[in-house]
Write a protein that binds this ligand. Structure first.
Ligand code: ZN
Length: 314
């Protein structure tokens, strides 16, 4: 963990947020957003995804965005890829971290990437092999994502044993970190605490693990708190909660970055992120959204009187 930081904030709005809305966000504005949010102290930003442009025209400029953000001091640029082809493009473009996501639910993985879980694990091994084949890629981190870890819109409840099996499969194939996602907003705090506790028992308590929660049913930040209790110190969130839930039209999706940073900082956990800086980044983002809804409560209420964020306390 970086000095002076207790919890890592991973902004996923430029990928997860934009992917879920119809608006085609201008490339220059994406870069401005990313730069402003990095200047606010956000250490990790998911800047896009290397998928066929026909599938996600919103993210067709990811290569350009990566190239334009390479010089940002202290920023780890992460990208998501569906397969080896995407990973090759991501590495060539200069992304610092490549994430491949596998749905723990077999039915969800089939519908998402038209592969079995085992086939996706094989793909993951090929991505690691590709990274290892070129010394220029030695510093690129390969992250394994576990989608639908708390439930699935197709098959319903997901067995924690299946989550552990996929996690072990990813670690065996060279994953350097795991990202566990409540893709459809089914998880509750009790379930979250139990699952992460078991996960650390499975992969080791020092293994880097991030969590990705949705606020679809209002439990997003409660789930963050439960994961903190289990030892998780890295969280995905989306500025202004951008991005709806693809499985529940009109519902909220990602948890709100500003609200999560407020939660962490008010509890004495240093994120290194400035709330004022996030508000400035949000203004840039909202200017180009074409009326897409944003969310969050910090933005309307502001800080409590006398509030000193942990990152600013002596
Ligand atoms: Zn999400």
């Amino acid at each position: 963990m970086t000095d002076g930081i207790d919890v890592l904030v991973h902004e996923v709005g430029p990928r997860d947020g934009l992917q879920s809305i119809q608006t085609i966000f201008p490339t220059e504005a994406k870069i401005d957003w990313i730069r402003t949010e990095a200047a606010a102290g956000v250490p990790l930003i998911q800047v896009g995804s290397f998928v066929p442009p026909k599938l996600l025209p919103q993210l067709a400029d990811t290569g350009e965005v990566v190239a334009a953000c390479k010089d940002i001091d202290g920023l780890t640029m992460t990208v998501l890829v569906p397969n080896l082809k995407g990973a090759e493009n991501g590495m060539k473009a200069g992304a610092h971290m490549i994430g491949q996501v596998i749905s723990v639910s077999e039915a969800h993985n089939q519908s998402n990437v038209r592969r079995s879980v085992q086939e996706s694990l094989d793909d993951f091994a090929r991505i690691v092999e590709h990274r290892d084949s070129d010394p220029a890629y030695a510093d690129i981190v390969i992250s394994g994502g576990l989608a639908t870890s708390f439930g699935c819109t197709i098959s319903g409840p997901v067995d924690p044993a299946d989550v552990m099996r996929v996690a072990e499969g990813l670690v065996e194939r060279g994953a350097q970190r795991l990202s566990v996602a409540d893709t459809v907003g089914y998880g509750n705090p009790g379930q979250v605490k139990d699952l992460f506790t078991e996960l650390y028992r499975t992969v080791g308590e020092d293994f880097p693990v991030g969590a990705h929660f949705h606020d679809t049913r209002g439990l997003g930040l409660a789930n963050v708190y439960a994961a903190l209790e289990a030892g998780v110190r890295e969280f995905d969130a989306s500025l202004g909660g951008l991005g709806g839930c693809p499985y529940a039209p009109g519902a909220t999706g990602n948890i709100v970055t500003e609200d999560m940073v407020f939660l962490l900082e008010s509890m004495g956990l240093r994120t290194g992120v400035s709330l004022d800086g996030l508000v400035a980044a949000r203004e840039i983002m909202e200017r180009h959204l074409g009326g897409e809804p944003t969310h969050g409560t910090y933005i309307t209420a502001g800080p409590p009187k006398g509030f000193v964020p942990a990152s600013k306390a002596a």
